[in-house]
Design a protein around this ligand. Structure first.
Ligand code: CA
Length: 171
């Protein structure tokens, strides 16, 4: 799973990045709101610090939400309840306060993804692709399989590989 990490504090970002990688996440790290909005992805979840050097993280959150429903988890040193409430109201899915442990962040990412996925598959019951866990998507109708968002090449079904009757050994 790819994570877009928006954090200007280098030690915080570095330790998060290392921790997330250890748990199998791919991390795209940017340090400004502008870079976050310019990033073309793909990423499946955003970790967004509110105290950024160029823009307010809340504005970044709002802009990202305006583009689509990628899950956003706000991270911040601000303990102010107002920020938390505003963040959630303008579309953040969850909130982590600094200081935090990597495992807490991962637990929140997983919880957010669990909430998001049923929402997606409930939209087209029986018709759309089937989602297996967080990585595998199978679209039977289009005969397409995606792993981590990338299409897996499927071998065409062949009858010649499997003769209907076993061949008798030649003598
Ligand atoms: Ca910051």
């Amino acid at each position: 799973m790819r994570v877009l990490l928006v954090e200007d504090d280098e030690p915080v970002a570095e330790s998060l990045r290392r921790g997330l990688k250890r748990y199998g996440f791919e991390v795209e790290w940017v340090t400004t709101g502008e870079a976050a909005l310019r990033h073309e992805g793909p990423y499946e979840v955003v970790l967004l610090d509110l105290g950024l050097p160029d823009t307010d993280g809340l504005d970044v959150c709002k802009a990202l939400r305006g583009r689509g429903d990628v899950p956003i988890i706000v991270i911040s040193a601000r303990s102010d309840e107002t920020d938390r409430v505003v963040g959630l109201e303008i579309g953040a899915d969850d909130y982590v306060s600094k200081p935090f442990g990597v495992r807490e962040v991962i637990a929140r990412i997983r919880a957010v993804m669990r909430r998001v996925q049923p929402r997606t598959s409930a939209e087209a019951p029986g018709n759309g692709p089937d989602q297996y866990g967080t990585r595998l998507t199978v679209d039977r109708k289009a005969a397409r399989v995606r792993l981590d968002g990338e299409e897996v090449a499927l071998a065409p079904r062949s009858t010649t590989c499997w003769p209907s009757s076993p061949r008798s050994p030649g003598r």
